[in-house]
Design a protein around this ligand. Structure first.
Ligand code: NAD
Ligand code: USQ
Length: 408
């Protein structure tokens, strides 16, 4: 544990829901490393989806038992684990909540892939049932338990949509002026109007309403983090031992754009730009994800405060610019493939992230060293790649074509 961390943190008991996942595992290790007592709750559904899709993390992630044992050996810290489906097994979750009495819950436990959520009616329905029930069960259980637990939820920048006509996207709430019947102008803040681009993103917009309601009705303390696309793979803690290695998704459903491009370049597969690549998105490195969660826990709202919303991103990039950057860095080819999604071909994106900066986030922005590091990780495990799983085959409508490079 660093001395800085010892000084600034009071030790808390923290549940990490979805603590076996790409963001949840490094977050669990980081929170444990800085002195918090961490309990992971996960139903391992992400590992089952790997089985369903016959795709696997590029990095050889270890079973949960091995991960936790390795962490105990290295750090001397224990991480608890309960295998609970929080969308389905409310009573079990409530029992654990009441017996463990956490100070904070970090909620990552949702189906997070947009392409997976659009694959078929079954996948749409699973995503809605899983995500909305999971979030509602957590809120309902906090009320039922009578605890004053702070809920930190991982939401998405995608709740806003990505086009703002040049305006900077505010952190959750939009300033509006309404005119009363008497003609008086009154300034108000409303939840930013939602504009989801997939069934998955739609579930995150529904989560926002659940938070507004439970915050108003039961004064639950909630922080909703509107996170951009996470890139990178390892963090300080996952680098401590190979058994702690983080997941690296590269397949057409779960691989996110920047990590996919880096992996594709590393294994000699064309970089798959959807359409013209004019889409602009928000990004954050995984090391900053874990730091932001730490900051969100430290800066909890008080009882009676409204839902606190932070934009958890550090920079925006156009997809085509990323492809060109990586192509120049690696000499990889770019393939402009049919866009399987229904999304604007081009958009500008300007985002406020003042809140995290004011709380002490020192952003890790895109740099050649870090891009190189991801390429090296991808190169090291290239032998585990199944090239047939790389193209994005899930289409938003029946009329659309999958994003397959012509040469393949
Ligand atoms: P992930 O799929 O790797 O991890 C999610 C974890 O939650 C998995 O381990 C899964 O088994 C678990 N889970 C899912 N449903 C569950 C349930 N009903 N009960 C118990 N456990 C359940 O995803 P991730 O990339 O780590 O993302 C975590 C969260 O962050 C998600 O909510 C996602 O929407 C959000 N987010 C991710 C990104 C990104 O780029 N990865 C960006 C923005 C927001
Ligand atoms: N894209 C390509 N080529 C690819 C893959 C993607 O051009 O090979 C494009 C997509 O068409 C899209 C953009 O890159 O325009 C981003 O796609 P993505 O898969 O990286 O990101 P997205 O589907 O938005 O979802 C990811 C996470 C999700 C999170 C979201 C944050 O999977 O959990 O909520 O990023 S955000 O995008 O800010 O809403």
């Amino acid at each position: 544990m660093s001395s800085e961390s010892k000084q600034t943190h009071s030790s808390k008991k923290i549940f990490v829901l979805g603590g076996d996942g790409f963001c949840g595992w490094p977050t669990s290790l980081h929170l444990s490393n800085i002195g918090h007592e961490v309990v992971i709750i996960d139903n391992l559904s992400r590992r089952n989806i790997d089985n369903e899709l016959e795709a696997d993390s590029l990095t050889p992630i270890k079973p949960m038992g091995t991960r936790i044992k390795a962490w105990e050996e290295i750090s001397g810290n224990t991480i608890g684990f309960h295998n609970i489906d929080i969308a389905e097994d409310y009573d079990h979750f409530l029992d654990v909540l009441v017996s463990e009495q956490p100070d904070a819950i970090v909620h990552f436990a949702e189906q997070r892939s947009a392409p997976y959520s659009m694959k078929s009616p079954k996948h749409k329905r699973y995503t809605v049932n899983n995500n909305i029930n999971a979030t509602h069960n957590v809120l309902c259980a906090i009320v039922e338990s009578g605890l004053d637990t702070h809920l930190v939820h991982l939401g998405t920048m995608g709740v806003y949509g990505y086009g703002t006509a040049g305006m900077k996207i505010p952190e959750g709430y939009l300033d509006v002026e309404v005119k009363t019947e008497e003609g008086e102008r009154i300034a108000q803040q409303i939840l930013y109007p939602t504009n989801p681009g997939s069934v998955y993103h739609m579930t995150k917009t529904q989560d926002q309403l659940l938070f507004q309601y439970y915050n108003k009705n039961d004064s639950i303390r909630i922080t909703d983090l509107h996170q951009g696309i996470v890139w990178g793979t390892n963090t300080v803690e996952t680098n401590m031992d190979e058994r702690l290695i983080n997941r690296f998704d590269y397949d057409g459903d779960y691989g996110t754009v920047l990590n996919r491009f880096l992996m594709q370049a590393a294994v000699g597969y064309p970089i798959t730009v959807h359409g013209t690549g004019g889409q602009t998105r928000a990004f954050i490195h995984i090391q900053d994800t874990v730091r932001c969660i730490e900051l969100a826990i430290e800066n909890a709202p008080s009882r009676g405060d409204r839902v606190m919303i932070f934009n958890q991103m550090t920079e925006t990039h156009r997809v085509n610019d990323l492809a060109k950057l990586i192509s120049e860095m690696t000499n990889g080819d770019i393939a402009y493939v049919s866009n399987p999604r229904k999304e604007a071909a081009e958009n500008d994106l300007h985002v406020k992230n003042d809140l995290f900066l004011s709380k002490g986030l020192n952003p890790t922005t895109l740099n050649t060293g870090l891009l190189q590091e991801v390429t090296e990780v991808a190169g090291k495990y290239a032998h585990r790649a199944d090239y047939s799983k790389i193209p994005a085959t899930s289409t938003w409508t029946k009329e659309q074509q999958p994003g397959i490079p012509e040469t393949n």
